[in-house]
Ligand binder design. Structure first.
Ligand code: SF4
Length: 449
């Protein structure tokens, strides 16, 4: 159990200097106790106090890093039960199941999809993250061969899954140093697999009924392995929902560190119906899954899950933005039209996509309005004539084109006169379309050479 706010306060420097962002040391201590602040924000904590506070300041759910390089990801380390309280932090890994009972052609096709299928949405890449290799055949060599094949053909992290300790030990050696995941240690195999995980730099899934899992995590931590993931053996959607919620609540509200680990959910074993499987995986994304394994890497499965993952793990308090600047679309030149709009990510990506689809070479000039959409920014006084005019003059667009015509969104047609005045007579302000969908026709009619 963590320390109370008062216990933490006694260990703080009591300068009340506000450098941590809180008005007093006591306020900072209370936040630390709730897991809502990081100890590193106070620059004056002594080394001795740091050691004593380490447990209290550690996240209530351990962050577990899997994979290496560009494909590395962290799961867990969540601080809130509900997304609207703050935000969820580390999105779950979407795992794809590879069974050693599948034939080579099926594995090859799945592996190709697993590696290659991805979608870009508002600047984020949606894809599968982890290969879950399952020893369904029971044959050790077959399993190790498949793990080797997957390892040789992907850079993404690998979870090895077997009920056979010997198979797991051999497969763990194949993925040594790649921060893979071993699935799973039970009461009988815990001691051995903790040593295998430590020797091969893997994290370990602890698999046990929910009322027995705490005893096993305690034992694993005592044996020196902290990177644990929980499988509470939920194999239907209702139980999965209940167990995930129970574990998250116990870790965050009761500060029970023995269940303060990410979870693994296996929709791939819960149904043969692909649509139901996606629905279960979507629920696991919303309700606390850490690794979620699905049976295939088809685009119709990965796209909805990727969008769900993106939506749930987007910070609701921070709008998604793109950088202010000039974006060339379709290789524009000095005669190409210039469109100005705001840096709300959705606005940018929708406008950029339709301009690209129009094939009309265009300069898209993006203005930083703190991530607001066009109308919101206008009503907040940020996307108005006396802000847009100086921005256009200094952003450098006049160095790229030999004209001074700018197209503004139709939704702010009312600022056109004032903007014209602010820019001066050598500029021409053109009112564009209200809807992005109408932009291609507008560009083709007016600017297609
Ligand atoms: Fe207190 Fe440290 Fe915060 Fe200063 S930075 S108010 S000393 S907790």
């Amino acid at each position: 159990m963590g320390l109370t706010g008062i216990q933490i306060f006694k260990l703080l420097p009591k300068k009340n200097c506000k450098e941590c962002g809180d008005p007093t040391c006591l306020a900072f201590a209370m936040k630390l106790a709730q897991g809502k602040a990081e100890l590193s924000k106070c620059p004056y904590v002594s080394e001795e106090a740091k050691a004593q506070l380490a447990e209290a300041s550690a996240p209530p759910i351990r962050g577990v890093v899997v994979g290496t390089g560009d494909e590395q990801l962290k799961i867990g380390e969540e601080l809130v039960l509900y997304r609207h309280e703050k935000t969820f932090i580390n999105p779950p890994a979407i795992g794809v199941l590879f069974k050693d009972s599948e034939d080579d052609a099926a594995i090859d096709e799945k592996l190709k999809n697993f590696n290659e299928i991805s979608f870009e949405r508002v600047g984020y890449i949606l894809k599968a993250h982890l290969a879950a290799v399952y020893n369904e055949s029971g044959d050790v060599d077959k399993f190790v061969n498949l793990v080797t094949k997957i390892k040789d053909n992907t850079k993404k992290p690998i979870m090895i899954m077997s009920e056979n300790v010997e198979a797991l030990e051999k497969a763990a050696a194949v993925i040594k140093g790649l921060k893979g995941v071993i699935y799973a240690a039970t009461a009988d195999s815990l001691d051995k697999l903790v040593e295998v995980a430590k020797a091969n730099e893997c994290s370990l899934v602890i698999k046990a009924p929910i009322d027995e899992i705490e005893a096993l995590t305690k034992k694993a931590v005592a044996a020196g392995l902290k990177d644990l993931i929980l499988d509470t053996e939920a194999r239907d959607v209702k139980t999965m929902f209940e167990h995930n919620t129970f574990v998250r609540r116990a870790a965050l509200k009761k500060k029970n560190r023995d269940v303060g680990f990410p979870t693994v959910n296996l929709p791939c074993f819960m149904t043969d119906d692909k649509i139901k499987e996606v629905a279960i995986a979507a629920l696991a994304i919303a309700k606390y899954g850490g690794i979620i394994v699905i049976s295939d890497a088809k685009p119709e499965i990965l796209l909805p899950l990727g969008i769900q993952r993106l939506n749930i793990y987007t910070d609701p308090q921070r709008p998604m933005v793109v950088e202010q600047g000039i974006y060339p679309i379709n290789n524009p030149d000095e005669n190409s039209p210039v469109i100005v709009t705001t840096n709300f990510a959705l606005t940018y990506f929708i406008v950029a996509a339709v301009v690209e689809a129009s094939r009309v070479p265009t300069w898209l000039v993006i203005m930083d309005v703190e991530g607001m959409s066009v109308l919101t920014a206008w009503s907040a006084g940020k996307f108005v004539a006396d802000a847009i005019a100086p921005f256009l003059k200094k952003v450098g667009i006049t160095e790229k084109v030999n004209h001074k015509q700018v197209i503004i969104p139709g939704y702010v047609a009312q600022i056109s006169g004032e903007l014209q005045e602010e820019l001066g007579d050598d500029w021409e302000v053109v009112i564009g379309t209200r809807e992005a969908a109408d932009l291609p026709a507008f560009l083709k009619d007016n600017y297609d050479k």
